[in-house]
Structures are given as structure tokens and as C-alpha cells.
Design a protein around this ligand. Structure first.
Ligand code: PEP
Length: 253
């Protein structure tokens, strides 16, 4: 019912020649990708054009950006606007990633503006939320998720919610090799869907895709995908290697 999404977040990895080498190996491996899923590759800005061009004509593989400014243009040195992304046929943008929140100090209010702007420009946001280890150990996980959801999606209309994807990424599981247990992942995803049902409606909650992120690899993706409320994965480290990401992308669901 909900088409699964397998998304690669390359972070600050791969030059243009390295991107081309990845695509040379990856594309043949996903030639017969089952139609029941979508793949997204989010390279650094400098490789967007290369990925975008390689994916021309591929219906269920598309390109995403890892960040975006909410304004269309202006005196914002070092930033990239939604118009610039659309120009490169970028369909998705990762917003609120834990590295943006915790390394670059992005706060809920800024992330909310970016989500609204992405939707207004027909770029679908992959909105990341997740608790720190300290918050989990203090028993605050669901409160943190609910507060991030309320802040990020407060200005989104029912109609636009169809274009939103939520990624639950426990901060303590990103890039650490630690994965949430199936029970921890399911509990969080179920709570996110319940929040969407309460603040939008049950139809939207049934349709919205909620990805899990945090040390997903070929060896654990199927166990995570078997969970009722997990609709895909946002993959960092294991998506840098074409064979490993192809294995994740084509895993049995
Ligand atoms: C991420 O960057 O969103 C991520 C989940 O990274 P990793 O898979 O390396 O934990």
C-alpha cells in the first residue's frame, strides 16, 4: 500500500569522478529494480547534476539534495536555493538531518521554513527527526519526536502532507554501527504515525512513509523492513559502496 523508499545520504563524500564510478557499478545492479519501491540518491551539491543526468528516464530512481535554503535567492553566501535544485531536476531534499541540527545548529523554526519552502517548490522533503542517547535514557524519546514533528509540520496543509516523507533517525544510531532494535524502531514509527493521525487525519497517517535511519546495512535492512510501520530506509555509510547500496535497494520486502 505504501511504496517503500530506499534513500542514500552520501553526506560530504564523493567527488564527481567518484560519483561517476559509483553510478557505473550501481546502475546495472538496479536495472531490474522491482517496481514496488523508490530509490533516492542524495549526493553532495557538486554531484547533483551528474546523478540527475544518469537517472534521466528512470521512473523510480530519483535524485535528492542534502539541504536547502528556504529563500529563492539573496545574500546568503554558501547557500543553495530551491530554484537551483529544481533546475537540476532534484525531486527530494533531506531536511532536519541530525548533523544539520547538532553540528550546524539548525533549529526547529528554520527547519520548518525549509519544509514549507521545499513543498512550495514541488521538492519533496525527507524530514528527519530523532532523539539523542541522553534523551532516550531519560525516557523522553516520544516527547522529543512529537515536539520535532509539531515544530516541523505545523505549517503544512493536509494536501501537501502527501509529499512529505518522515525519517526517524535516532541520533545515537547514526554512523555509530548501533542500530535501534526492531522493538525500538517499531515503537517510534508507530508513535510518529499516531501523531500524524491525530494532527492531520487517519488517511494521511496510513499513506505517509516513515523511513528508518541509523546504521542500516545489507545485513539488517530486511529485519527493519519487516516491521509494520517501517516504510523504507535512509542510509549513510552503507550507501557509499554501490554493491552494498544495491543490495539494500533490492532487498526483499
Ligand atoms: C544518515 O546519514 O542519515 C545515516 C543514517 O547514516 P548511517 O547509515 O551511516 O548511520
Amino acid at each position: 500500500m505504501r511504496t517503500p523508499i530506499m534513500a542514500a545520504n552520501w553526506k560530504m563524500h564523493k567527488t564527481v569522478p567518484e560519483t561517476m564510478a559509483f553510478l557505473d557499478t550501481f546502475m546495472p545492479l538496479v536495472r531490474d529494480l522491482p517496481q514496488d519501491r523508490e530509490i533516492i540518491i542524495a549526493p553532495p551539491f557538486t554531484s547533483l547534476e551528474t546523478v540527475s543526468r544518469a537517472l534521466l528516464g528512470r521512473k523510480n530512481i530519483s535524485v535528492g539534495a542534502q539541504n536547502m535554503h528556504f529563500e529563492e535567492q539573496g545574500a546568503f553566501t554558501g547557500e543553495i536555493s530551491p530554484l537551483m535544485l529544481s533546475d537540476l531536476r532534484v525531486k527530494w531534499v533531506i531536511l532536519g538531518h541530525s548533523e544539520r541540527r547538532h553540528v550546524f545548529g539548525e533549529e526547529d523554526e528554520l527547519i520548518a521554513k525549509k519544509i514549507t519552502s521545499a513543498l512550495a517548490h514541488d521538492i519533496k522533503p525527507i524530514f528527519c527527526i530523532g532523539e539523542t542517547l541522553e534523551e532516550r535514557e531519560a525516557g523522553k524519546t516520544l516527547d522529543v519526536l512529537q515536539s520535532q514533528l509539531a515544530a516541523g509540520l505545523g505549517n503544512v496543509s493536509d494536501e501537501r502532507m502527501a509529499d512529505v516523507v518522515i525519517a526517524y533517525e535516532p541520533v545515537w544510531a547514526i554512523g555509530t554501527g548501533k542500530t535501534a532494535t526492531p522493538a525500538q524502531a517499531q515503537e517510534a514509527h508507530e508513535a510518529v504515525r499516531a501523531w500524524v493521525s491525530q494532527h492531520f487525519n487517519s488517511g494521511i497517517a496510513e499513506q505517509i512513509r516513515i523511513l528508518y535511519g541509523g546504521s542500516v546495512k545489507p545485513g539488517n535492512v530486511e529485519e527493519l523492513m519487516a516491521l509494520e510501520d517501517v516504510d523504507g530506509a535512509l542510509v549513510g555509510g552503507a550507501a557509499l559502496d554501490p554493491e552494498s547500496f544495491a543490495e539494500i535497494a533490492t532487498c526483499s520486502i
